[in-house]
Design a protein. Structure first.
Length: 211
């Protein structure tokens, strides 16, 4: 992501959490870079799954494939979460590559999101993606709605929607430090593949697998 986007995110964090919270966050990020943990890689074999959608009461999931298809309340929710310039950049880039954003809503309130892309990834992945494979990425429940069990319902809904469209495999990953996300994914149809780290060597992307 461009440098000024990183600066915008930092400024927003300082405004939200204050100077002390912002400094603490910077040191945490530096520590995580120095002592990087591997990602936990998950997959779901879509044709073998049985339905078990657990959407919360009064919630719905909508999918958007273009900027023009999005409602103002949805754009506002994304801009409030990430900042307007970052949001606009990501929407343009990802929609142009065929990605879909799935939004969890309750009335006009947007509670969270997850992106998917078929047969490809936005950034280099850990191994080859087939044309009927789907990658889940940037899964987020927005701050006011976390801790209420919304995440696994959103993920499971999308998994089963993709199954109905006859896709073969779905993949998602989260960092080993993200214990909350791992607990949530245990309640979905995703299964753990293993631990992996990405690295770049002489211009080539390499994957190092762990147990």
């Amino acid at each position: 992501m461009k440098q000024h986007f990183l600066l915008e995110r930092m400024v927003r964090f300082f405004k939200t959490h204050g100077f002390g919270g912002g400094i603490k966050r910077v040191f945490i990020k530096i520590w995580h870079c120095i002592c990087a943990k591997p990602d936990v890689i998950y997959f779901a074999d879509l044709p073998l799954l049985s339905p078990k959608v657990q959407l919360a009461e009064m919630c719905q999931v909508v999918e958007r494939r273009s900027y023009d298809s999005m409602e103002n309340c949805e754009l506002d929710a994304l801009c409030n979460y990430m900042g307007r310039s970052i949001t606009m950049y990501q929407l343009k880039e990802r929609f142009s590559k065929g990605a879909i954003i799935w939004l969890l809503k309750k009335g006009d309130d947007c509670l969270g999101m997850v992106w998917t892309i078929t047969g490809n990834t936005i950034e280099p992945f850990y191994y080859f993606m087939g044309k009927e494979d789907v990658h889940f990425f940037n899964n987020e429940i927005f701050s006011p709605y976390r801790g209420q069990g919304f995440n696994h319902g959103l993920i499971e809904y999308v998994i089963l929607a993709l199954k109905e469209r006859r896709y073969i495999r779905a993949y998602i990953e989260t960092n080993k430090r993200n214990v909350r996300e791992q607990r949530s994914l245990k309640r979905t149809s995703f299964q753990v593949v293993g631990l992996a780290k990405k690295m770049k060597w002489f211009g080539k992307h390499l994957t190092v697998w762990g147990e």
